[in-house]
Design a protein around this ligand. Structure first.
Ligand SMILES: [Zn+2]
Length: 256
């Protein structure tokens, strides 16, 4: 299925890349990605996924904009304090590219609603601010066989990992962090501080990895990098990569 002429123009710099091409761009246009959290990671990730022409975006956040968010949450503006992030993000996408489909969910993802929120998506990008949500999202992804990119950032450190725990030999996010955080609401951003550009680096790197996963079927950007955790250090600066092993006893993806 080819893209119409105006879309070919819009994505010309993608299409000229042999790693993407017309076929890869058509895959992106057919893809559905859920963004969990529309904050410091979700904002720049959304901008680059929308820019890349990812056809359907599920925007999930139950929070409202606070003045202190504007230092890093790039889609929000002065005067929007108190407004719903999910609603503002939907407006942002519609103004940026009216061809994209948006589904807005202004609720927090929980163990009870996660399956419904994520149903039908090709990939979930989780940049939320608490472990309870992250683990609920991870378990729901494993159950529905949806790949998960998990991204987090604080101070000058970021991390982005790709998980496919539904595959027999691949870890899930729970294999990585364990069970200790299920009940914890662990938003350390307010206490620890964060360099705004560090959230930008982490969010845009997560968007790059998302595109890698979406195009894995075409072979375009190579291996989807399941079980690889990339650690971004803004002070050095530099990047390290760790491999995460599948935990056979994992409550999320193991055989029990
Ligand atoms: Zn697991």
């Amino acid at each position: 299925m080819g893209l119409p002429p105006d879309r070919l123009d819009r994505f010309a710099r993608h299409i000229v890349l042999p790693e993407i091409g017309g076929a890869g761009q058509a895959v992106l246009a057919r893809s559905k990605v859920a963004l969990i959290g529309l904050g410091g990671i979700g904002s720049p990730a959304l901008q680059y996924l929308a820019g890349a022409g990812v056809g359907t975006l599920v925007l999930v956040d139950d929070d409202a904009v606070d003045m202190s968010n504007l230092q890093r949450q790039t889609i929000y503006r002065h005067g929007e304090s108190g407004h719903s992030k999910a609603e503002l993000a939907e407006v942002w996408v519609r103004e940026f590219d009216p061809e994209l489909e948006v589904k807005r969910i202004g609720r927090r993802v929980t163990r009870d609603n996660a399956a419904g929120v994520l149903a039908g998506t090709d990939l979930v990008l989780d940049g939320c601010d608490n472990f309870a949500t992250r683990l609920a999202v991870s378990d729901a992804c494993v159950a529905a066989r949806i790949p998960l990119l998990s991204a987090a950032v604080g101070r000058f450190q970021g991390q982005v990992g790709a998980f496919a725990g539904h595959l027999a030999d691949q870890p899930c996010y729970r294999c990585f962090v364990g069970d200790a955080f299920d009940a914890d609401d662990c938003d350390t951003c307010a206490e620890d501080g964060i360099l705004g550009a560090m959230a930008g680096w982490t969010g845009t790197f997560a968007a790059l990895q998302a595109i890698r996963v979406l195009l894995a079927g075409t072979g375009g950007l190579g291996d989807p990098q399941w079980g690889k955790l990339h650690l971004l250090d803004g002070l050095a600066p530099g990047m390290r990569t760790l491999g995460i092993a599948k935990d056979p006893g994992c409550r999320g993806c193991g055989r029990g």
